[in-house]
Design a protein around this ligand. Structure first.
Ligand code: TNX
Length: 519
């Protein structure tokens, strides 16, 4: 061999070694595409820039000022649970430094109160919003770019680069839980709150009273819980929230940017109260406790003054717990209250509710009263009542039973639930739109959507999860994401890819035959 050949061989080997060295030490620039991440609910817009952000133990979290420190810490805790890294949270009002996730309230007006802008670059991630709640939602989205917490994952944790601009379609995105037919403990409700927050649900309406149970302590009327809280459907031990419990629920929900909406259902659905206090009955005789599932047989006594003293005490004590701006006065299925009495009752109670600083919400029957446009009407059964309200400028919460009732069975084989309104398969819960379902009710009339779970047949958290998931994911998307481009086939693939998140949290979801679930 002559020198030239040796020289060529040597440089060849060296080049190879160098290439191998570089390849091993720089993360591969694998092609990424942020637009294929299976987000639920789908963000308003996602654009991809095909690079990647590597989340590792050099990643820090920077918050613009102390007001965002709690959110920074919450994000750090989530990342710790997913990646086993331990990101340091620091305050940095200036430009984000390299490798950080930077949170700031330097948003733009077009993000509204709840929107956010998430910009992922290979060197840093920036999350901006106008309000902390927008940052919270941006964090929920960012977490969906990573594997779910609790799954064994060693990384590398690679986040595709791009930009997500996300603004909710409806300001009010709620669920309702009936804790009266079957009681759910503070711990169970908290577990539900944890998963609701991931879908950007922001209201939890608690149906606190019904024929079968009174579930909130009212100190001036102690028998409501001592007697009225004792049982539940089927005769099992019921339960109730002390005022301290309820404050804790309000606090915990607030930490997840969820507002509690308390409901005391009146004048019907009141047997538990009528069993607790004889004087609330027109005939002065206390009723028996009831553990069946019929509706429409009970009524507070409309002509008696003590009825309004009772309502005033209840609303005042609940107002003192500061749940939020809304109080739901029920008003559904008051079949044992004559219509003139019903109207008289609702109008007077509405005044009491407002006198304690609340905005009143009522089920659609309450639209039969004289309305100013300050009330909110919740449509569940009657589009006619709701239309009357809308024509009057009253805002609607849309909970059509045929689409949004989470206690409706998926199909005739579903072991739990009812079907008086419909069978609601996972595709039925997704393939509809609140702005076109009823003639004469459009986007301008609707302040939001709510997804109720009545619990005549739902006894515990496992039952709850089975009826709620996966339908709630699709419903939450209808409430959050733009209507344009909504498509079941595209969604059902995303849903299938989302499943590891449900599995990781041990959620007992219904494996609908309509979805190709992963093996
Ligand atoms: C109707 S929806 C009711 C509830 C039942 C539910 C069962 C509404 C306002 N009233 O009392 O629990 O059906 O699906």
């Amino acid at each position: 061999m002559n020198n030239k050949i040796i020289w060529k061989l040597a440089t060849g080997v060296l080049t190879l070694l160098l290439v191998m060295f570089i390849a091993c030490n720089t993360p591969p620039e694998e092609p990424t595409d942020l637009t294929t991440t299976p987000f639920i609910p789908k963000p308003t817009s996602v654009t991809a820039t095909a690079k990647s952000f590597h989340l590792d133990n050099r990643t820090g979290i920077e918050v613009q000022d102390a007001t965002l420190e709690d959110l920074g810490n919450a994000l750090a805790n989530h990342l710790k649970a997913i990646t086993k890294t331990d990101p340091v949270v620091s305050v940095n009002a200036g430009n984000p430094s390299g490798r950080s996730i930077h949170l700031s309230l330097a948003g733009a007006e077009d993000l509204g109160d709840q929107g956010y802008l998430l910009t992922i670059e290979s060197g840093q991630i920036k999350l901006v919003a106008n309000q902390p709640v927008g940052i919270y939602y941006g964090i929920q989205t960012l977490l969906q770019t990573l594997p779910p917490a609790g799954t064994p994952s060693e990384g590398p944790f690679i986040i595709p680069t791009g930009e997500i601009r996300d603004i909710p379609r409806f300001a009010y995105r709620g669920v309702m839980l009936d804790v009266a037919r079957h009681f759910f403990s503070v711990e169970e409700v908290k577990k539900y709150i944890d998963i609701l927050a991931e879908q950007k649900i922001n209201y939890l309406h608690l149906h606190l009273t019904d024929d079968q149970g009174w579930r909130i302590e009212i100190k001036s009327w102690p028998e409501l819980t001592a007697t009225g809280g004792r049982l539940e459907v089927g005769g099992g031990p019921g339960g109730f929230y002390t005022q301290e419990d309820f404050k804790e629920l309000i606090r915990y929900a607030g930490e997840h940017f969820i507002t509690i909406v308390p409901e005391v259902d009146m004048p019907g659905h009141t047997n538990a109260a009528l069993a607790s206090y004889a004087e609330l009955n027109c005939d002065g005789k206390a009723r028996e406790l009831y553990t069946g599932t019929e509706v429409g047989f009970s009524s507070l006594c409309v002509p008696k003054e003590i009825t309004y003293q009772f309502v005033d005490d209840v609303v005042r004590e609940i107002a003192a717990l500061k749940p939020g701006p809304y109080f739901h006065l029920g008003g559904d299925e008051s079949h044992s209250t004559g219509l003139p009495d019903f109207i008289k009752f609702v109008e007077r109670v509405r005044g009491i509710v407002r006198s304690h600083g609340f905005i009143d919400i009522g089920w659609d029957e309450t639209a039969q009263t004289e309305l100013d446009n300050q009330s909110i009407i919740q449509l569940w059964a009657s589009a006619d009542f709701a239309r009357k309200a809308a024509d009057n400028g009253t805002k609607l919460i849309m909970s059509p039973a045929t689409k949004t009732y989470l206690d409706m069975q998926y199909d005739s084989l579903t072991p739990l639930g009812l079907h008086w309104a419909a069978y609601i398969e996972v595709d039925d819960a997704y393939n509809w739109d609140p702005t076109t379902l009823f003639p004469g009710i459009g986007a301008e009339d609707i302040m939001g959507l709510e997804f109720p779970l009545w619990t005549e047949t739902v006894t515990d958290l496992k039952d709850l999860e089975f009826m709620v998931y996966p339908r709630l994911l699709g419903l939450a998307e209808i409430a959050w994401s733009p209507k344009e481009g909504r498509n079941w086939n595209e969604y059902k693939d995303r849903l299938a890819q989302y499943v590891p998140r449900l599995d990781a949290q041990g959620i007992n979801y219904y494996k609908s035959p309509k979805v190709d679930w992963p093996e």
